[in-house]
Design a protein around this ligand. Structure first.
Ligand SMILES: *Cc1c(COP(=O)(O)O)cnc(C)c1O
Length: 438
């Protein structure tokens, strides 16, 4: 029998007082949350001192580990100056500097801030629709997105999301958006390359736009990796083709870099690997290194200019109370400093190469299929995974000190960049143990 849970008090109080995200609360009794007391680099430490490797970067947000001295110092410095101020009618150094630096990095500008990823998606969708209205194309009211795409869970973001478990219940509330075939390389035919598979999906996009571009405001997609689809990876040619088609059919391209931005795929932004720039880019998650909620949407000068007018109503009147929060902006500036001063991308490339052999045995395991990696993201599918597979794998990995949450039959890890070979070996060994003898 299991010994009594030493965290029982916190767990019980949590169950009574909270409503945990993405959780069936009736299941909490069998899968209690960990009571985390502190973090240290890639490690989470619970109230009993047990350590868990944060293999999924606390839901894809953490970049440089927990309690990072440089980010901590930036926040402490900012606390002594101003914690928050309204951004309508006021401005401040952290938000100005962050906007300038994000513009240099993305090639887009006019940063508009929200708090979570979903709010950035709402902002981009509204801006695109409102742009077409301002330029005399009010019939462009629809959006197109990819099968199994994920863009967040507020109503607008959910309507362009295509994950049945999150979406089906709410369909009556969602405005119509269309989904087109995704370029997921796993769906390649036996003799088809990833590139040919991506081009086949691009042909489906072309057919859709040829028919519906007149009423379509924008295409929104996750570049190179569809995260919530279970780290579905695809060939960059799809992005360049999507860019060409959006230009040809006068449809905006919204690039959702919320999960894959800030180095996850090996480049600072994933779309760089196809040399593609969106008309909008959405950023969040790693933007603050996983410290504070902050999101941003950047766009082109041409789109921005279409909102300039004597009429207030032609402006973009969207707002959130914490828009451009100075503390969150300071965390983001500290993150950008780390990218500049420690050559993170080159170091990650070197790490990913060194880690390759650690995962060779796992990749060859007979239950493992579609072992895939890009930058600092790794994933594989378990061919014979049953319905309870993910939760069971999660539970058993915790007993071995690894916090990992499979999506359906896909096991993945995208750890903070501070991991080294021992942490990667722990993941490989844990997966091999849980998959059983070959
Ligand atoms: C997580 C995510 C979002 C939503 O961000 P939240 O902060 O959870 O609202 C949007 N798009 C992508 C690609 C994401 O991974």
């Amino acid at each position: 029998m299991n010994p009594p849970d030493p965290n029982a008090d916190l767990v019980a109080r949590s169950r009574a007082a909270l409503w945990h995200p993405c959780t069936q609360m009736a299941h909490l009794e069998t899968t209690p949350p960990l009571a985390i007391a502190r973090g240290e680099g890639p490690w989470l430490i619970d109230t009993q001192g047990r350590r868990y490797l944060d293999a999924i970067s606390s839901w894809w947000v953490n970049l440089f580990g927990h309690a990072h001295p440089a980010i901590n110092a930036a926040l402490i410095d900012q606390l002594g100056k101003i914690e928050h101020v309204i951004l309508a009618g006021c401005t401040h150094a952290p938000v100005v500097e962050l906007s300038e630096r994000l513009a240099r990095l993305t090639g887009l500008g006019h940063a508009f801030y929200g708090s979570d990823g979903a709010s950035a998606v709402e902002i981009a969708l509204k801006m695109s629709f409102h742009y077409w209205r301002n330029v005399g194309r009010p019939e462009k009211t629809e959006f197109v997105s990819l099968v199994h795409g994920y863009h967040g869970e507020t109503l607008g973001a959910l309507s362009v999301t295509d994950v049945a478990l999150f979406k089906d219940i709410y369909r009556p509330l969602l405005r119509i958006s269309r989904q087109v075939e995704n370029p997921d390389a796993r769906l390649a035919r036996p003799d088809e390359t990833a590139e040919a598979r991506a081009l086949r999906a691009a042909a489906a996009l072309e057919a859709d736009l040829a028919a519906h571009a007149g009423r379509t405001a924008a295409l929104i997609l996750e570049p190179l990796v569809q995260g919530a689809a279970g780290m579905a990876m695809y060939h960059p040619v799809y992005l360049s083709r999507a860019r060409e088609l959006c230009d040809r059919y006068q449809v905006h391209l919204i690039v959702d870099e919320i999960a894959m931005g800030f180095g996850r795929t090996g480049t600072l932004f994933a779309a760089e690997q196809a040399n593609v720039r969106g008309d909008f880019v959405c950023l969040s998650k790693g933007l603050t290194g996983g410290y504070l909620p902050l999101s941003a949407v950047l766009t082109t000068d041409a789109i921005y200019a279409a909102f300039l007018d004597d009429s207030t109503a032609r402006g973009f009147l969207h707002s959130h109370s914490y828009t451009g929060n100075p503390l969150a902006c300071r965390a983001a500036l500290a993150v950008l400093d780390l990218f500049e001063t420690t050559d993170v991308l080159a170091r990650n490339r070197d790490k990913a190469t060194r880690f390759q052999r650690i995962f060779a045995e796992l990749a060859a395991h007979p239950r493992v299929c579609h072992f895939r990696t890009l930058g600092m993201v790794w994933a594989f599918d378990v061919a014979d995974a049953g319905p309870g597979f993910g939760l069971e794998f999660h539970r058993r990995a915790l007993q071995r000190g690894v916090f990992i949450r499979p999506i359906g039959a896909s096991v993945y890890w995208m750890p903070p960049y501070v991991v080294e070979e021992p942490e990667m070996r722990l993941i490989a060994e844990t997966c091999l143990e849980l998959l059983g003898p070959a």
